[in-house]
Write a protein that binds this ligand. Structure first.
Ligand code: SAH
Length: 376
């Protein structure tokens, strides 16, 4: 059985052609799937009955199943989604909806676990199981729209208002390590026949997979956030081990290349603040020097603790001082508000359930040494 949520609109059109069906039929079905959020062919009332019956025979519409649904005191909502249909399996990922006064942001996962082993991230601590499929990635938006009552109604014009106005690929996993499925999902997010989000409102966050950043620029140039986290290679090697493969100079050059076709004229640098590790005034000044040639904004993320983590969040005063040094150099720096931490929905707290297949304990001990105390 093919799952129709696995196709972007071009893929759906090609699959319809194989079935001997016209492209406009594929677009009709795309509207039902993604605009109206239906999971049942009988609801596709403007599609010929015979075609509906044929589709029901050979295809299905299957999004991830919600195993838990939690709402935080601040309205942040988190779903634990089971992503393995087989009995006895326990893989699950998390999706977070963050409502704000003027926008609603959905934070989407792209992998079951993560293989990058960033020292401060709870997903990284869990190991890696597998990539999510396109259906499982877009299924998070599809399902959230349905649950939040945000699907459109057939025949009703688009008011332009969206409950989910922004999507960030900042949940579990490294999006650019699951390139093809992520790009297909991004194309659906941007496609007017599906979700119709503007490229500026869809953000991919990466730990810095340089070749994939170049490919993203060609395939689906959405807004880019880069997890910088350290002003020197020595420290970044420890905090974000992928830096050993793609060091800062290469990463920043790739950022400049990306900006040539980016929907925004700046890169967002995410910078986690870890007390005593990367939060000193000297670090802020080094960061300014490092990024001098890249149009950018900083998003400072005070560390969110999770069980078993030894890093500490800096005092509010240290955060403010760090921010001020950047701002005084005319660089925009915001401090990310902690949202949903009472349900473990804040950045770096998403853990889901991962059956680790990478057996990396040895590797982690090998990678983390020096100034990082977390696994000492
Ligand atoms: N793999 C991608 C996206 C996932 S994480 C990336 O690295 O960008 C989204 C953001 O949360 C990243 O900037 C990540 O470094 C940050 N993060 C991870 N763990 C965190 C923690 N414990 N506290 C605060 N932010 C964290």
């Amino acid at each position: 059985m093919v799952n129709l949520l696995d196709f972007d609109v071009d893929g759906l059109t090609a699959w319809f052609a194989q079935q001997g069906e016209k492209p406009f039929r594929a677009r009709q079905v795309a509207h039902w799937l993604h605009r109206f959020g239906v999971d049942d062919f009988t609801q596709m009332t403007d599609v010929a009955k015979s075609l509906r019956a044929k589709l029901a025979d050979v295809a299905e519409i299957r999004g991830p199943q919600a195993m838990r649904d939690s709402v935080a005191a601040d309205g942040t909502r988190k779903w634990l989604l089971g992503v393995d249909g087989t009995a006895g399996s326990s893989n699950a990922v998390e999706t977070v909806f963050i409502p704000e006064a003027n926008r609603g942001t959905l934070c989407v996962s792209t992998q079951v676990g993560c293989a990058l082993e960033c020292a401060f991230c709870s997903t990284g601590k869990q190991g890696f199981n597998r990539n999510l499929t396109t259906a499982e990635i877009i299924g998070q938006l599809w399902q959230a729209n349905r649950v939040l009552g945000a699907v459109k109604q057939p025949g009703v014009g688009d008011s332009g208002e969206r409950v989910i106005s922004n999507v960030v690929l900042m949940g579990m996993g490294e999006p650019l390590a699951n390139f093809d499925n992520v790009v297909a999902a991004l194309r659906l997010m941007l496609d007017d026949h599906a979700y119709g989000l503007s490229r500026r409102r869809v953000t991919v966050s990466t730990a810095g997979l340089v070749p994939a950043m170049d490919r993203l620029r060609e395939a689906a140039p959405v807004a880019l956030a880069v997890s910088l986290h350290a002003p020197t290679d020595a420290l970044r090697d420890e905090l974000v081990p992928i830096n050993r493969k793609y060091p800062l100079r290469e990463l920043l050059t790739a950022c400049r290349r990306y900006l040539a076709s980016a929907p925004r004229d700046f890169i967002t640098f995410e910078y986690i603040l870890l007390a005593g590790v990367n939060d000193r005034p000297a670090d802020a000044r080094a960061l300014l020097a490092l990024t001098r040639d890249v149009p950018c904004k900083f998003n400072l993320i005070p560390f969110n603790p999770f069980p078993g983590s030894d890093f500490r969040r800096p005092a509010a005063e240290a955060v403010r001082r760090f921010q001020e040094i950047l701002m005084q150099a005319d660089v925009v720096a915001t401090v990310r508000k902690t949202r949903g931490d009472d349900i473990d929905a804040a950045c770096g707290q998403l853990a889901g359930q991962v059956e680790d297949r990478s057996r990396r304990q040895v590797a982690i001990q090998h990678v983390v040494s020096g100034p990082v105390e977390v696994l000492a």
